[in-house]
Design a protein around this ligand. Structure first.
Ligand SMILES: C[S@@+](CC[C@H](N)C(=O)[O-])C[C@H]1O[C@@H](n2cnc3c(N)ncnc32)[C@H](O)[C@@H]1O
Length: 361
């Protein structure tokens, strides 16, 4: 199958279809909206539009089947999965997501049960390498494939298989969680609910702050992100005009600087740039470019906040910027983001950046 010529499916929050279509370079959405939250393009989008920030989950090159009976449809799905992996080396690990408009719908659950049972009966080896779908199993492993089955209508199902996700160009579009959705555990000791955004970004995009790493947290008050970084063993320089919660201010691994986030220049490169500053997207883009082009950090997690739907068109410029200075990079409106998107990634060295100018996703 020519993967660029096959349909691509995108799942988004129902009110975000117009924003997503616009992001994908499509004017007027009716023929592309399958049902609330489901967008289908007849072919792969232009690479510069990816990753689609407003898509919770993406199903690249998705083959479609009518599904009149769960039993017959599941059989066809299982046969296609087996055939796909027979043509390639079977993966050491793979995960299976069966999703629908409503994950709990009985039809979705039935399809998943049937497909799993058929695979177990017909291809025991393949079944054994199926990863458990749990929160502990958040990160894609080397060589792991992602198989997604989507019930896009009561009688239509789509199958998308991405081999070796970590080395696949579509990796930034994929969530390791079914339908891109993960529940962040409640932590009543955190100083604000913003801690959830950083935790979700880490889980969705596969980054951890390592003990001993240095973090600059811009717009840090009241301290949710600093709290997460400290809990993960980092040393934190928190910058804001307002102080953080008292216990964080007194933490031995935290230094507080009352300063303007946009004027701060680190005296030496740090491991992590964290930024949750409230500012216009243009200013966040300039700030991100200064940090990434200057080689001031190795990794970054930065939110971009919007007002209404103005400025969504700027996302393409953010993607261009990230493509130039980072690999891998991610940009997505996460479950914990309201009208904002989160960018996260690893910075390229200046040498790699020069070579990345022509790099496509
Ligand atoms: C959304 S809050 C950050 C929440 C924080 N990440 C947390 O987890 O608790 C945005 C912060 O950005 C700060 N801020 C806005 N403009 C700033 C600037 N120019 N310099 C420093 N901080 C700024 C605000 O004072 C505010 O505390």
């Amino acid at each position: 199958m020519d993967e660029d010529a096959a349909p691509w499916l995108f799942l988004c929050d129902p009110q975000f279809e117009p924003a997503l279509l616009n992001e994908l370079g499509i004017d007027g959405g009716a023929p592309y909206t399958l049902s609330p939250g489901w967008i289908q393009l007849p072919h792969a989008p232009e690479r510069q539009c990816l990753p689609a920030a407003f898509a919770r989950q993406t199903l690249p090159a998705a083959l479609e089947f009518p599904i009149e009976s769960v039993k017959r449809g599941s059989k066809e799905l299982a046969e296609n999965i087996i055939a796909f992996f027979r043509k390639r080396a079977e993966p050491e690990r793979w995960r299976l997501h069966v999703i629908g408009p409503d994950l709990a719908s009985s039809r979705v659950q039935l399809i998943e049960e049937h497909v799993r049972r058929l695979l177990k009966e017909r291809r025991r080896l393949l079944f054994r390498t199926l990863s458990a779908d749990t929160a502990e199993n958040a990160y894609f492993e080397g060589g792991e494939a992602l198989v997604q089955i989507a019930l896009v209508h009561a009688n239509k199902v789509a199958l998308s298989i991405v081999p070796d996700v970590l080395n696949n160009p579509v990796r930034p579009c994929l969530s390791p969680f079914a339908a891109g959705s993960i529940a962040i555990p409640e932590d009543r000791a955190a100083p604000s609910r913003a801690y959830r955004k950083l935790l979700e970004a880490q889980l969705q995009f596969g980054f951890e702050i390592q003990p001993g790493q240095s973090c600059v947290d811009l717009g840090a008050s009241p301290g949710g992100w600093s709290y997460v970084a400290l809990r993960q063993g980092a040393r934190v320089l928190a910058i804001d005009r307002s102080e953080l919660r008292a216990d964080l201010m007194a933490h031995p691994a935290l230094e507080f600087l009352s300063a303007d986030a946009f004027r701060y220049v680190p005296p030496e490169p740090v491991d992590w740039l964290l930024s949750d500053v409230v500012a216009f997207p243009e200013r966040i883009r300039e700030l991100t470019e200064r940090w990434l082009s200057g080689g001031w950090c190795r990794y970054f997690c930065v939110t971009v906040k919007f007002r209404g739907d103005q400025n969504y068109s700027q996302l393409i410029e953010f993607k261009g910027l990230l493509r130039k200075y980072a690999a891998p990079f991610f940009l997505r409106r996460l479950g914990e983001n309201k009208n904002e998107v989160t960018m996260m990634g690893a910075c390229l060295t200046p040498d790699q950046s020069l070579r990345a100018v022509n790099h496509t996703l």
